[in-house]
Each structure stands twice: as structure tokens, then as C-alpha cells.
Design a protein around this ligand. Structure first.
Ligand SMILES: C[S@@+](CC[C@H](N)C(=O)[O-])C[C@H]1O[C@@H](n2cnc3c(N)ncnc32)[C@H](O)[C@@H]1O
Length: 243
């Protein structure tokens, strides 16, 4: 377990009786670790306000395909499509590979006048990217901090009219007729659950949040679509599936 925590980017691991405490300098990594490690062992991933404050202080401008993600207090980049993102307490600063891989894949799809559903919107970074490419977006997250961050970031990027952000998950989609593109950056077990529960088949799924190897096969099998595009960053993989 400690080895897995180090592989996920921990900066400190403390072995306790029947549990481990793992420290991350970056709250995106802490959230991934909590999802990936917690099902098999009790994990206390440290990402409290102190860590969040440090993470925000350390946020940098990062490129991801056609997009450049930058904190609002950094100068607006003059190259690419700038996305001004303050993640607040949500995931999605652009520091994590899974976010950047999903952005890269989204940037390769023609999203003019498309409808996009973003499940697990976090900071709203993927929703805002899709809206900047001309899509209308329905964003969902089970974390209230994510819904607040998505609304605030949509307004800051002047795409609030194109994005509806709601608290909840796939059950909320019974009121959404369908989507051209579903974008999902979650762990592999959540992909499998969402694919089973989705009320309608999207034309295209942009999937991220999983690792090389068996998880790639599990993701393609869950969504039952051929892989049409694939990107890697270290151990992390992003897929575009179908049509
Ligand atoms: C890895 S973050 C992705 C955030 C952002 N989309 C990005 O790409 O950076 C995953 C997000 O999914 C949310 N989430 C996890 N399980 C979910 C579920 N079953 N339904 C909706 N949201 C979920 C989490 O709260 C978290 O905000």
C-alpha cells in the first residue's frame, strides 16, 4: 500500500496500525489517492486547507493540447485558448495529468453547436474548455465545492450562459435528453458504474482518470465503444471512444 501511495505522488507516508496516512503537496493527487487506495485500505490523505493554500500558491500556467490553463492571478497567456481556473476546494487546477489528457482530447473534437455532459466537473475546467469550443454543457458533480467552482469559473471565463452546473450524478440526466459528447475524468470503478447507469448512449465518450494496462481495457469495455483516439502522460491514459 505504501508503495502504491508513493507511486501516486505522495510526499510522505506514515504507516499506522491497520491504516496509512499519506501526505500530498497537491490536492488533486490527494483526491486521486483517496479514490484509488481507500477501497482496499483505510487511507487518510492529507489535503487540508493548509495544503490547499500551498497548492494554490504553487499553481502554474500549464499547456494541454489547444488549451492553456492558468490561475486567475497569472497573466493571461497570449498563446492557445486560455482557461482561467481557480479550483477553490475542487479538483481540476490543470496540475494533474488526467485533466490535461482530457483537455487534449476535447481539443481535437469539433464541438461547435455540440451538447456536452461533463460528469465529475470539479473546477469546471473541462466544461469551460468545451464551451470555449462552441458547445452547450451540462456539468454534474457530487461535491458541492465543485458546483460552486464551476459556476464561478464559468462566469470568469465569460461562458456562464453555455454551462449549467448541478449537484448530483447520472440520476440527474433523466431530465437531459442526450449528449453528443460525454466527458468523464473519474477513477475506473466510477467509469464502470456510470456506463451501467447512463440513461442514453452518448455518441462520443472522452474518458480519463485511469492508468496504463488493465484499466484501459476495462474503460473501453465499460463504455462499449471503439477507441478512436488515445493519449498518454506517464502512467496516465486518456481515451476517446466511438463512434
Ligand atoms: C478527478 S476529478 C475531475 C475534475 C475535472 N473534471 C478535471 O478533469 O480536472 C473527479 C470529480 O468527479 C467527482 N465525482 C466522483 N464520483 C462521481 C460520481 N459518481 N458522480 C458525479 N461526480 C463524481 C468528484 O467529486 C471530482 O470532482
Amino acid at each position: 500500500m505504501a508503495a502504491e501511495a508513493w507511486a501516486l505522488g505522495a510526499v510522505g507516508v506514515e504507516e499506522l496500525e491497520g491504516a496509512i496516512r499519506v501526505a500530498f503537496a497537491d490536492h488533486d493527487r490527494a483526491r486521486v489517492a483517496r479514490n484509488q487506495l481507500a477501497p482496499t485500505a483505510p487511507v487518510e490523505a492529507v489535503d487540508d486547507d493548509l495544503w490547499l493554500g500551498r497548492e494554490r500558491d504553487r499553481m502554474e500556467t500549464v499547456e494541454a493540447g489547444r488549451f492553456v490553463v492558468h490561475p486567475p492571478w497569472a497573466p493571461t497567456p497570449t498563446r492557445g485558448i486560455p482557461l482561467s481556473i481557480d479550483p477553490g476546494a475542487a479538483f481540476g487546477s490543470g496540475s494533474h495529468q488526467s485533466t490535461r489528457l482530457a483537455l487534449e482530447l476535447l481539443g481535437r473534437i469539433d464541438l461547435r453547436d455540440a451538447t456536452v455532459v461533463d460528469i465529475g466537473c470539479g473546477s469546471g475546467v473541462l466544461s469551460i474548455a468545451a464551451a470555449r469550443l462552441g458547445a452547450t454543457v451540462h456539468a454534474l458533480d457530487t461535491d458541492p465545492a465543485a458546483v460552486s467552482a464551476t459556476n464561478a469559473n464559468a462566469a470568469a471565463n465569460a461562458v456562464a450562459d453555455a454551462i449549467t452546473a448541478e449537484l448530483g450524478s447520472v440520476a440527474r440526466l433523466d431530465r437531459v435528453p442526450s449528449a453528443d459528447v460525454l466527458v468523464v475524468n473519474v477513477t475506473i470503478d466510477v467509469h464502470e458504474m456510470l456506463a451501467r447507469l447512463l440513461p442514453w448512449p452518448p455518441r462520443i465518450v472522452v474518458a480519463s482518470g485511469f492508468l496504463r494496462g488493465a484499466q484501459v481495457e476495462r474503460c473501453a469495455a465499460a463504455w462499449e465503444r471503439p477507441t478512436t483516439d488515445r493519449v498518454f502522460d506517464g502512467e496516465w491514459v486518456g481515451l476517446t471512444l466511438g463512434p
